[in-house]
Design a protein around this ligand. Structure first.
Ligand code: RIB
Ligand code: CA
Length: 313
């Protein structure tokens, strides 16, 4: 089986970190062409640093990491230290990265990679605000038909908002970028809160990470121990929701997920509902379907896959 070529666009973030680790632990299915950092959970300088910390934790210092956009297309940056901590990777004590950033800007890397690789062979995996992706599409509209698939974590329908009453964080931070990505015409698969809130790191699951006894297993246990506080307090969740690893797990075992191919539009004018993903789940409009919007997950299968793969690092 030829591994799927992907670019991970990310704002680490503990859950981003686990998603990156799962990708790097799965070379049979996934070839990571590069990791592009974007401002989101924490400012860009930290997300670009954290992406390298995670690659080194995985024992993969040769992975190319690029720094991207430091703010949304047309609004001030909103960050989420209240969820992820001041560093964005609070929880484990991890060493400063020794690997350096690539010189090229992340947006240039995305454009040049999509132009260089055969059409339909590169998958984009955004795990944070969609600023880098939208900027690449604005600068090089020719890349849109060359994208194999965009598999992103973001949005919500039944779960509604986690940063405002109506919006999920990744979409809320840069709603204009999200609107342009959802309108680009590339095949899109969405992992919204509706599915990621069902991927909770319960105590037995956290214990299984720790029981790996490896630096990766212990670090992931400590990361999820830390970032569960927000969701426990707000939702009474049984543990941290592993939002971003749903993207990577889908690439490896898509059958773990199910949803509907529907129309999804992004609210970009109403301040009250800014960044809402208006998902036509019940198909009550004649707006054309533009995304596969996931709702169900085989959580046991997801955690079995994740734990087994983390054990390989
Ligand atoms: O709303 C959850 C999303 O926002 C995740 O990607 C998390 O890492 C943050 O970026
Ligand atoms: Ca993220």
């Amino acid at each position: 089986m030829t591994p799927r070529k992907i670019i991970i666009d990310t704002d680490p973030g503990q859950d981003d970190a686990v998603a990156i680790l799962l990708a790097l632990a799965s070379p049979e299915e996934i070839e990571v062409l590069g990791v592009t950092a974007v401002a989101g959970n924490v400012p860009l300088e930290l997300t670009a640093k954290n992406a390298r910390v995670v690659c080194e934790l995985a024992g993969r210092p040769e992975v190319r990491v690029f720094s991207g956009c430091d703010r949304p297309l047309g609004r001030d940056l909103v960050t989420a230290e209240h969820v992820h901590g001041k560093t964005g990777l609070d929880g484990p004590e991890l060493p400063e990265p020794t690997m350096s950033l690539e010189d090229r800007h992340a947006v240039d890397f995305i454009i040049e990679t999509l132009r260089a690789e055969p059409p339909g062979t590169v998958t984009l995996c955004p795990l944070g605000p969609l600023t880098n992706i939208a900027t690449a599409l604005r600068r090089a509209p020719d890349i849109a038909p060359r994208i194999a698939e965009i598999v992103l974590m973001g949005g919500a329908y039944f779960e509604v908002g986690n940063i405002t009453p109506t919006a999920e964080f990744n979409i809320y931070v840069d709603p204009e970028a999200a609107a342009e990505v959802f309108a680009a015409g590339a095949p899109i698969t969405v992992m919204p809160l509706d599915v990621t809130h069902k991927a909770l790191v319960t105590k037995p699951r956290n214990d299984a990470f720790r029981a790996l006894g490896t630096p990766v297993g212990i670090a992931v246990a400590e990361m999820t121990d830390f970032f569960e506080r927000f969701d426990r307090e707000k939702y009474g969740s049984e543990g941290a929701p592993l939002h971003d690893p749903c993207v990577t797990a889908y690439l490896i075992r898509p059958e773990l997920f199910s949803g509907r191919h529907i129309n999804v539009e992004i609210e970009t004018t109403s301040e009250l509902c800014m960044g809402m993903t208006v998902a036509d789940w019940w198909r009550v409009t004649d707006r054309p379907a533009n995304a596969t919007f996931m709702r169900e997950i085989d959580a046991e299968g997801f955690f079995a896959l994740l734990t087994e793969r983390l054990g390989r690092l």
